[in-house]
Design a protein around this ligand. Structure first.
Ligand SMILES: [Zn+2]
Ligand SMILES: [Zn+2]
Length: 650
């Protein structure tokens, strides 16, 4: 008999060779129907594989990332089987799972695979899935594997085999398809209830443009048909909300080939939106005791040699700028931290001066390859809402708590309701690879864990995920479409204070090293605004909206009255414009709906006579006539109550 320890700590006994699936069946049939794979002593296994010795066991279902990965990797094999049936003689390179779905790189051997063929492939996949074919694992010697794929004339798999060690090679077969594969796989193809081919793209073999171009076929599968429908709806919605599309429609930002790839240009409405976010953050930071600093966009190479960035990233950065005469070398600033260390050093500090909190909306430049650039989310120049806190070791926890407060303030004001925090600690088995004293690490790690608990954050703790220079906490937010984004990292750093020889005089009159904390709740304004656009679909919270209202005169005759209304409303601190175009009122309404202006104020003869505006709310339609003062009061109340409600949630 073997002892199986389940995640709840309970121990059960089974005969040697019992599989995870059989164990699941012994617990409940319902559970067994959902088991896709298993974690046995920490390794992901086929659920059908027999367990030969005492083990810890975690059953993996669709709700586990590893369960999904196993499902999708198995689906890549299923798609390959379907492709092989439709396109005889094709060959396969690799087919890994992705965050959403999977792909397989295929050598179509001169045949073509067009969008029109997707349905045929999907139908074949489902036909094969319904056969409930078992994924069979077979251990094989390297020599046998080479002769198997050699006989098939499969150069791609032979190439993969070259890198594999004998004694460690497995084949997986389902139905008529056999692949060189480490696994694991789901028990049988019947778990796959819905399949969709998403798209295809060219992909050079091994990513090398000197090699043959293969066809990368992307797909996704689900354990329920309903899940696929939901996913496709989500994809549609994501397309509508794409920040690149909305950024153009709402006139927020643009790119110019002349200026350069990955260098966003902010249009007036976008620049004002940025300004408002900056002011929002500055207000919160001032209240939390931050001090503003400002630093240049370039710095001497020596600064980054000192910080260690040159050694680590120098080759992959924008190359240095050289002076014409003295031969000095400058780098574009890739981060603000080293500058802030030098500011800290500009005057002696005592323990009473700490914590010191320097904040700067610092624009930094990082080289990204062309192919990596994407809208505002991957750019070459961006502005961080950066700050560095220099604290005594005993202040880490208090300061951490305050930074968490600030991050939550941002999430609340911008309506991010779902988030989790990941705490990254050092690997306790391998303490020597980290810089900083044991005592300080213990203190900081405990401070992070305690402050996250005090703030009631949902956390996951990852051992060994800390940077070599300190532990950190990352927030993961879910947007309105359920997609996860990383936002708001808080990072403890023992390295830069050491490299820059930062000091403060303690109460003992001795010199001590401060601890540095890096934090940026938005991360970068560019990426944050991209996320915000997609999260709210361009319908920004009223306080942030580029224009809060548009005044639409029914005809030119009322332009003067419209201007008067605008002036009056502006004097109440709310913002908007008059749509004076010589267009029919219906068209003006439609256009401003597309621009997602929260309120449209229609003015004509009746409104002018009564000194009123007829109000239409975005997405709602007519909400009645308002006196101008009343409308201003209404807007300001909406903004205030919005903030109040959110603060009461905090
Ligand atoms: Zn595989
Ligand atoms: Zn920093």
């Amino acid at each position: 008999m073997i002892k199986i320890t389940l995640p709840d700590g309970s121990v059960r006994e089974y005969a040697k060779g019992t599989s995870s699936l059989q164990i699941a069946q012994s617990i409940s049939e319902g559970l067994a129907r959902n088991v896709l794979a298993a974690k046995v002593n920490g390794a992901t296994w086929d659920a059908t594989r027999g367990i030969e010795q005492d083990a810890t066991l975690q059953l993996l279902t669709w709700n586990d990332t590893l369960g999904k990965e196993t499902m999708w990797h198995s689906s890549a094999h299923l798609m390959a089987e379907a492709l092989e049936a439709i396109y005889p003689g094709i060959q396969f390179w690799v087919g890994p799972p992705l965050e959403n779905g999977f792909y397989y790189d295929v050598d179509l051997n001169g045949q073509t695979l067009a969008h029109a063929d997707f349905e045929k492939i999907e139908a074949k996949m489902m036909e094969l899935a319904r056969q409930n074919n078992i994924y069979i694992r077979k251990e094989i010697s390297k020599a046998d594997a080479i002769s198997y794929f050699g006989d098939k004339g499969d150069g791609y798999k032979l190439d993969l085999l070259e890198r594999l060690e004998d004694g460690n090679i497995t084949l997986y077969s389902q139905g008529n398809f056999t692949d060189l594969c480490r696994g694991p796989h789901i028990p049988n193809t019947g778990f796959i209830k819905a399949a969709k081919i998403l798209n295809t793209a060219g992909a050079y073999w091994k990513g090398d443009e000197k090699n043959k171009m293969l066809t990368r076929v992307y797909g996704i599968t689900f354990p329920k048909e309903k899940d696929l429908k939901e996913y496709l709806t989500l994809l549609e919605e994501a397309k509508k909300r794409d920040h690149r599309k909305l950024g153009k429609e709402l006139e927020l930002f643009t790119f110019s080939e002349k200026v350069g790839m990955g260098l966003p240009l902010w249009l007036p409405k976008g620049a004002m939106l940025r300004e408002r976010l900056i002011q929002f953050m500055q207000k919160a930071q001032t209240a939390a005791g931050y001090l503003p600093v400002a630093t240049p966009h370039i710095a001497q190479k020596e600064l980054y040699v000192c910080s260690g960035h040159y050694e680590k990233y120098g080759k992959d950065s924008f190359q240095p700028i050289k002076t014409p005469q003295e031969g000095e070398e400058f780098f574009l600033k890739p981060m603000n931290c080293p500058h802030h260390c030098e500011i800290y050093k500009s005057s002696p500090k005592s323990y009473k001066d700490l914590p010191v909190r320097y904040a700067e909306f610092g624009t930094v430049y990082r080289y990204e390859q062309h192919g990596e650039l994407h809208g505002l989310t991957r750019v070459r120049g961006f502005t961080q809402d950066d700050a560095h806190l220099f604290v005594r070791p005993d202040q880490v926890k208090v300061e951490f708590c305050k930074v968490i407060d600030l991050v939550l303030h941002v999430f609340n004001a911008l309506d991010f309701k779902e988030y989790t925090a990941q705490i990254s600690l050092r690997d306790p088995e391998n303490k020597s690879k980290y810089i900083g004293s044991d005592e300080n690490w213990a203190l900081a790690e405990q401070a992070i864990i305690e402050s996250a608990a005090e703030k009631g954050l949902k956390t996951v703790v990852e051992l060994g995920e800390a940077a070599f220079y300190g532990p950190k906490l990352d927030f993961m937010v879910k947007d309105a479409l359920g997609r996860k984004w990383q936002l708001g990292t808080i990072q403890v750093d023992y390295n830069l204070p050491e490299r820059f020889e930062l000091e403060y005089t303690g109460s003992d009159n001795q010199k001590h090293r401060p601890v540095m904390i890096h934090r940026a709740p938005f991360g970068s304004l560019e990426r944050f605004i991209a996320l915000l656009i997609e999260h709210c679909g361009g319908n920004f919270p009223l306080w942030l909206a580029p224009d809060q209202f548009a005044i639409l005169p029914i005809s030119e005759k009322y332009n003067n009255y419209a201007q008067n209304v605008l002036n009056l409303l502006s004097s109440f601190g709310i913002r908007g414009f008059v749509d004076e175009r010589n267009e029919k009122i219906g068209k003006k309404i439609r256009d401003n709906e597309i621009k997602k202006v929260p309120f449209m104020l229609v003015v004509g003869e009746k409104e002018e006579m009564e000194n009123k505006v007829a109000v239409r709310a975005h997405g709602k339609g007519d909400i009645g006539a308002y006196a101008i003062n009343d409308f201003a009061a209404y807007i300001n109340e909406l903004i205030e109550s919005d903030f109040k409600q959110k603060e009461s949630r905090e």
